[in-house]
Design a protein around this ligand. Structure first.
Ligand SMILES: Cc1cc2nc3c(=O)[nH]c(=O)nc-3n(C[C@H](O)[C@H](O)[C@H](O)COP(=O)(O)OP(=O)(O)OC[C@H]3O[C@@H](n4cnc5c(N)ncnc54)[C@H](O)[C@@H]3O)c2cc1C
Length: 557
């Protein structure tokens, strides 16, 4: 292994170009994002007696959370054990899971799920009132709770939104894109700058002043041309964190969901998901000849871990030069009742899964990496926390086990709540932000960026392809200009920052592990059982450092 310490990349912005804040709002805690992570943090902070401002980019329910289909993994069956859940999680994570974080996840998860039920979430139950548990890929026991059949996330989001609406101590600001961190004279987080949309003016930049900031901005799937993530998942939290000096880790581990509904060659952005729970109930992947190709690939066949299935599908697509394979759900009992959302979505595209094969292809789905945190959700920047998909707590390692992400949001939101309940410093005045010397990315370049990412930094990677993608992204970074500061150019610039960091990490990791698959380095190397930490240095260049599993990176605040 040649552990890299620096990557020569074109300079990325250290601040988004924007007008100075013209108005402000104060709260003890500023939570950025309103998915499972953000809303749970808000409720826990309120339980600690703190006032909270939740700021969210579009509407309150526009993140990934409401799209979650499969469910939430938790050990509830007496025949199941936290040890078995931890083992399954660590097998999926291929040596890069942080054992203490996994332990917290599997032991605290059931209690946090019960708390979610107390907050009003209703899950599917049998006639005697017991929670129904199903199984998903990579799990050795039935431990997935679900709601409305395949509408788990919608129910979680509904319950949490109603809980925060009921609390007058939470101020919700919708249509507000957070841009950058504000810090006090000691470098501690003191709030954020944000732009409120739909105000009819261009100078809607304001500030939320707070004693702590929690980033809960979700994933970054929109760096790819096709993703299961909604439009808001543009990696803003990771980009903001990097600009603020935070360390991000494991960014190269992007999980590709094997079965997004194939909508045709020009499909861009969010693609409908066909949950693997369907395969859990017996659906089978077939190639164009009708062969069930997963049977010879892995002992769990169609229920193999996601990366194995995504790679097998990609191989078939390359072998047969076809843009998709088929999912055969015709033999699934009670298909329409158990999977109403999927069936309705397919029918809207003219495909009836009861009688037709479903065309499916892999799409970017989940960021296993993110801003590195300790067990209390603290990042490397004092006063700045990260929770949910934007964070890298260490539970997922090189690949996330299905249905562990909503659970991670529940568990680590509670841990952040406990940390916030401890001493928070008094509000300190923020240092006025310096005007940014860097320009912004022209939103018209977004297609170039996502095409480069999908072509060379997707489920199949090679050194040559990664170098080409890196050059393409550097070209975009060198061309940053006087594009008008606006939500589309801020989002495009965040996407560039995240795409460049992800590509640098994928280039540096010369091995295959979890969901990072290098055709030119097909083996998993023991010497690479390391996290790759990424930060922006003061010139805007990327700096990469390998760090052994178990070594803490977050200093005491
Ligand atoms: C289709 C699909 C199916 C899934 N199924 C499952 C499943 O069955 N089980 C499971 O465990 N996981 C599942 N996942 C993953 C899981 O849904 C997500 O990892 C999880 O919901 C992330 O929650 P979050 O709160 O971190 O982020 P999100 O729910 O994505 O919320 C992020 C929030 O941040 C806001 N935001 C982003 N940027 C900014 C900004 N600059 N300023 C202000 N606000 C901002 C967004 O608007 C949003 O409100 C699925 C994901 C998808 C896409």
């Amino acid at each position: 292994m040649s552990a890299p310490t620096a990557e020569r990349t074109a300079a990325l912005p250290l601040r988004l170009a924007a007008r100075p804040p013209g108005w402000d709002l104060s709260a003890d805690v500023c939570v950025v994002g309103s998915g499972v992570a953000g809303l749970c943090v808000a409720l826990h902070a309120r339980a600690a007696g703190l006032t909270v401002a939740v700021v969210t980019k579009v509407r309150v329910d526009d993140g990934s959370t409401r799209w979650a289909q499969g469910g939430i993994a938790a050990v509830l069956d007496p025949a199941d054990t936290p040890e078995a859940h931890a083992r399954d999680t660590e097998v999926a994570g291929v040596g890069l899971c942080e054992p203490q974080a996994v332990r917290a996840l599997v032991t605290e998860g059931p209690g946090r799920l019960r708390q979610l039920i107390d907050w009003g979430a209703g899950f599917d139950r049998d006639a005697s009132g017991r929670l129904l548990l199903t199984r998903e890929g990579g799990h050795s026991a039935d431990r997935i709770v679900h709601a409305g059949g395949d509408a788990t996330g919608a129910e979680v989001q509904r319950a949490l939104v109603s809980a925060i609406h009921a609390d007058p101590g939470i101020t919700l600001v919708e249509h507000a894109m957070v841009l950058d961190l504000l810090t006090d004279a000691t470098g501690r987080a003191a709030g954020v700058t944000l732009h409120v949309l739909g105000e009819g003016t261009e100078d809607g930049v304001g500030a939320v002043r707070a004693r702590a900031v929690v980033l809960a901005t979700g994933g970054m799937g929109q760096v790819y041309a096709a993703t299961t993530n909604p439009a808001v998942s543009t990696g803003d939290g990771v980009a903001l964190g990097l600009r603020a000096g935070a360390v991000a880790t494991d960014l190269e581990f992007v999980q590709f969901h094997p079965t997004a509904l194939y909508l045709g060659p020009g499909a861009r952005g969010q693609q409908p998901l066909v949950s693997e729970a369907l395969r859990g109930e017996g659906a089978i992947l077939r190639d164009g000849e009708g062969t069930a190709f997963m049977a010879g690939v892995h002992p769990l066949a169609d229920l193999a871990p996601r990366d194995v299935v995504a790679k097998a599908i990609t191989r078939v697509q390359l072998r047969d030069a076809v843009p998709h394979v088929w999912l055969d759900a015709r033999g699934v009992q009670g298909l329409t009742g158990r999977f109403p959302t999927i069936v309705a979505r397919c029918r809207a595209e003219g495909i009836d899964p009861v009688t037709d094969l479903i065309p499916v292809t892999p799409a970017a789905h989940y960021a296993s990496g993110g801003l590195v945190t300790d067990l209390s959700g603290r990042t490397t920047v004092p006063g700045l926390y990260a929770c949910g998909e934007v964070a890298c707590t260490g539970v997922h390692g090189a690949n996330r086990l299905a249905s562990n992400s909503l659970l991670e949001g529940l568990v680590f939101a509670a841990r952040i709540g406990q940390s916030l309940a401890g001493a928070l410093p008094p509000t300190a005045p923020a240092v006025p932000p310096e005007p940014s010397p860097s320009g912004l990315l022209d939103p018209a370049s977004r297609d170039v960026l996502t095409t480069a990412m999908s072509t060379a930094v997707g489920a199949l990677r090679s050194g040559a392809g990664l170098a080409a993608a890196g050059n393409r992204l550097d070209g975009l970074a060198c061309a940053l200009g006087d594009t008008r500061p606006a939500p589309d150019s801020w989002e495009a610039t965040d996407l560039l920052t995240v795409a460049r960091a992800l590509t640098a990490a994928a280039t540096a990791r010369e091995e295959t592990r979890g969901c990072h698959w290098r055709e030119d380095h097909p083996e998993t190397e023991e010497t690479w059982r390391m996290h790759l930490d990424v930060r922006l240095d003061e010139d805007g260049g990327l700096r990469l450092t390998a760090r052994p599993v178990g070594d803490p990176v977050v200093p005491a605040w």
